[in-house]
Design a protein around this ligand. Structure first.
Ligand code: PEP
Ligand code: MN
Length: 330
């Protein structure tokens, strides 16, 4: 209640979220109070005049939450990855007009995310939104869940008009990077943020490391820079247009060069076929990766970029080669 009231005082918070049923990775973690806590959230909602939101993962959750007068429901990352769970939630929601937010599934699969939104939409729910909370990976990284921004950007493109908010708390898993991730979300035109806050963050029963005090939450919001998407100033526009024209031209050249590279790869394919050589020579590939990385480094390109770039170029080359090698006319 104290956290809720302090958040309301910031004047920048539009809804209160709280987990009543908390899906935790390990059973020893705090898994929420359950239905009994719905009344607590409702009273926090009444005291602040803010709408309330909880996570639901099955039909009982939906029924209990709606009965308790919760305003918004969200589907958590572990549930969106499970079509059975999403369908059960959707079926229970049928006939209501509850606003529903769908978190991305834990694995970076945009189809699964869209599928979850579709299931709920097909049940007649139209007040839909998405929450980007990052994706789980095996690699160690300073993110708790890697943002893979290209996925929510692609979701925006595939489902125009769908509001998408960002959950920097679950992306970062720690306090010190929340500001930067929240700013990136704003720069990418996300429609809002879902941030975990607690009056005594270290004592929070779940995800303590990523909680901010209400005051820190206020400071984070105050430090955000809101840039405009539409450029109104004529001068900036012409300068920008000029730079964009240069980019268009460069991209055109990149595609020409790629087409040329593939045609050379095909000629190599014909040669390999005539001399009965396999498509892949591992040694040659190792050499390509090594030399390109060296050169890329000198040109200020990151190792990750150069590696990915050549992996994808290599894939395309192999596709072109195997096409000519399996073409009986060659
Ligand atoms: C949460 O929002 O507290 C939560 C459990 O998040 P996620 O479903 O993104 O892991
Ligand atoms: Mn959490």
């Amino acid at each position: 209640m104290q956290t809720a009231v302090a958040l309301k005082k910031l004047g920048r918070v539009h809804a209160l979220r709280a987990g009543v049923w908390k899906p935790r990775t390990r059973p020893s973690a705090f898994e929420g109070i359950g239905s009994a806590a719905l009344a607590w959230i409702r009273s926090a909602g009444k005291a602040t005049g803010l709408p309330t939101a909880v996570e639901v993962a099955n039909s009982r959750h939906v029924e209990d939450a709606l009965k308790a007068g919760i305003d918004i429901l969200w589907v958590g990352a572990r549930s969106s990855a499970n079509p059975f769970a999403v369908q059960e939630i959707a079926d229970t929601l049928r006939g209501t007009d509850t606003p529903v937010l769908v978190k991305n599934p834990i694995n970076p699969d945009i189809e699964l995310w869209i599928g979850a939104l579709e299931r709920i939409n097909k049940a007649g729910i139209t007040k839909l939104g998405a929450i980007h909370r990052g994706f789980s990976t095996f690699e160690r990284s300073h993110y708790r869940n890697k943002p893979n921004w290209e996925i929510p950007i692609e979701l925006k493109r595939r489902v125009p008009g769908l509001p998408i908010i960002c959950d920097p708390s679950h992306i970062c898993g720690r306090r010190d990077t929340l500001q930067a991730v929240s700013q990136t979300a704003m720069d990418l035109n996300f429609d809002g943020l879902m941030i975990e806050a607690h009056i005594r963050p270290d004592e929070a029963l779940s995800d303590a490391q990523q909680q901010l005090t209400p005051e820190e939450t206020g400071a984070l919001l105050n430090h955000l820079v809101f840039r405009k998407e539409v450029i109104t100033d004529v001068l900036t526009r012409t300068k920008l247009e000029e730079l964009r024209e240069r980019i268009d031209k460069i991209d055109h050249e990149v595609l020409d060069i790629m087409a040329e590279r593939m045609s050379v790869a095909e000629q190599i394919g014909v040669y390999k076929k005539q001399n009965n050589i396999t498509i892949l020579q591992s040694q040659r590939w190792d050499e390509i990766v090594r030399t390109r990385l060296q050169e890329g480094q000198m040109k200020n390109l990151t190792e990750e970029f150069v590696t990915k770039l050549f992996e994808i170029i290599h894939q395309e080359s192999i596709a072109h080669q195997s096409h000519v090698m399996n073409d009986p006319g060659q």
